[in-house]
Design a protein around this ligand. Structure first.
Ligand code: FAD
Length: 435
């Protein structure tokens, strides 16, 4: 049995600690925040997120899927809100039945912490400030001052701004690149209307506007959390709305169905922070006894709804690597990095590509036609043609294999003379923008 330190008690860290404790390891989980159970949600992070098959499959492994799904709201498709005209519902799957699930990030984290506790020793208000990757010595800032600890294995699950990654970089072991988008995000709320959902809770709502985009996911309290994506600088950007009147004018012009549903819109806009979005790439993730998992290793932009799903899948893959290495961490950690890297690079690229699709293409008639063609192909050739969305969200096919399979499908369609279908399904044909 090894002494394992998991740094970061967010989604990946708390699941990882739980899985390792179930395997009989001695685990200490260090988290910089106070115990979030019973506390208020953190502002500025997404309040809810879409959980799909990869995340669910990881939760199934520790017997938590049903408990988490009991508080989730299934979303079976996208509901497109044009500036004017009818709403357009686009199912995610060919049979219209498959759903991604809107869940509260805080509630999910609490379920995982409860499941880890007490098999895992959880030390809250411990912020990692230094790490010696060779000796395994860790230094934490706590309310009682600086505390030192030691571990045989150190797993950095401390998110996109990872201090563990920072320490590997500082020791000259790892190099990193952080590619920030010139877009940020701000959360806004659509409260319940007369006690009911103000919009259809069975869909993920999208307002595609080209330069900006808004999405909304339902919450169990019948509110919706909207996320507005917009550039962080320039003339048409978050900072360009500096007065209540300017905010009202902007929403009335671009999102006209929202203000009547969101009485706190101006207040939310003025007080909620703008979060940053980016892709983290670093190499190696693993050095000796230290390894990064989840966002700490490979944070991605949120446009495929896969960051947490991918982080949970990391935990499953790490468990498999430990099995293959017969429980030998020195062999398991390099195996984890080599077997997982191509997949995380694939989803990072697909997530960036999906931003263009969501903020622009989903509104175009050509895109809608493409989706209908895809779903028809899926029904005509079940198991032979499977859409990228289906493979990413409703399967656990490794992301890199998804990318290769989708390319092969498009080549096969083109070779079969279905050039237009292939082009549409592959998103090769550029959506025509409305004037
Ligand atoms: P985190 O959840 O960030 O957890 C890291 C933990 O480490 C935190 O608890 C933090 O307090 C702790 N920590 C940090 N530094 C230290 C330190 N020095 N010492 C100790 N502890 C530390 N993903 C989806 O799958 N579906 C979605 O729909 C989705 N929507 C998103 C929407 C937005 C706007 C954003 C920004 C992200 C979204 N994501 C989504 C991505 C998802 O939130 C992340 O991928 C996921 O939270 C990663 O989990 P993690 O445990 O690796 O990191």
């Amino acid at each position: 049995m090894s002494d394992i330190a998991v740094v970061g008690g967010g989604l990946a860290g708390s699941l990882l600690a739980c899985v390792l404790a179930q395997r009989g390891e001695r685990v200490v989980l260090y988290e910089r925040r106070p115990d979030p159970r019973g506390g208020a949600a953190e502002r500025g992070r997404s309040i809810n997120l879409a959980l799909s098959e990869r995340g669910l499959s990881a939760l199934r492994g520790v017997g938590l899927d049903k408990q988490v799904l009991a508080d989730a709201l299934p979303m079976r498709g996208r509901m497109i809100h044009p500036v004017a005209g009818e709403l357009d519902f686009q199912p995610y799957s060919a049979d219209g039945e498959r759903a991604i699930n809107s869940i509260s990030r805080g509630a999910l984290n609490n379920v995982l912490l409860d499941a880890a506790d007490p098999a895992v020793e959880i030390r809250f208000e411990h912020r990692l400030s230094a790490l010696d990757p060779v000796s395994g010595e860790l230094t934490f800032e706590t309310p009682d001052g600086e505390i030192r600890a030691r571990a045989d294995v150190i797993l950095g699950a401390d998110g996109a701004g990872s201090a563990v990654r920072g320490q590997l970089v500082a020791h000259g072991v790892t190099t990193e690149t952080l590619d920030f988008l010139d877009y940020g995000y701000k959360e806004l709320t659509i409260p319940p209307r007369e006690g009911e959902f103000a919009l259809d809770p069975g869909a993920l709502h999208i307002w595609p506007r080209g330069r900006s985009m808004m999405i909304a996911l339902p919450n169990p309290d019948r509110s919706f959390t909207c996320t507005l994506f917009w550039p962080t600088s320039g003339t048409s950007a978050f900072a360009s709305l500096s007065s209540p009147a300017a905010i009202e004018r902007f929403f009335a012009e671009h999102y006209p169905d929202v203000p009547p549903l969101a009485p706190g819109l101006v207040d939310d806009y003025q007080h909620n922070p703008v979060g940053l979005l980016g892709t983290v790439r670093c190499a190696p993730w693993q050095y000796g006894r230290v390894c990064l998992v989840g966002d700490a290793a490979h944070a991605i932009v949120p446009f495929y709804g896969q960051g947490a799903n991918c982080a949970f899948e990391d935990v499953v893959v790490l468990g498999r690597c430990l099995d293959r290495a017969g429980g030998d961490w020195a062999r398991a950690l390099p195996l984890f990095e080599s077997s997982r890297r191509a997949d995380t690079e694939a989803i990072a690229q697909m997530a960036l590509a999906n931003f263009v699709e969501m903020r622009d293409k989903v509104a175009s008639p050509l895109f809608r036609l493409g989706k209908r063609v895809e779903h028809a192909l899926e029904r005509l050739a079940p198991g032979h043609y499977v859409s990228r969305y289906e493979l990413v969200s409703f399967s656990t096919t490794p992301y890199d294999r998804v990318r290769r399979r989708v390319r092969a499908q498009h080549r096969a369609l083109a070779a079969a003379g279905l050039g237009l279908s292939a082009a549409i399904a592959g998103g090769i044909v550029k959506a025509r923008r409305k004037p």
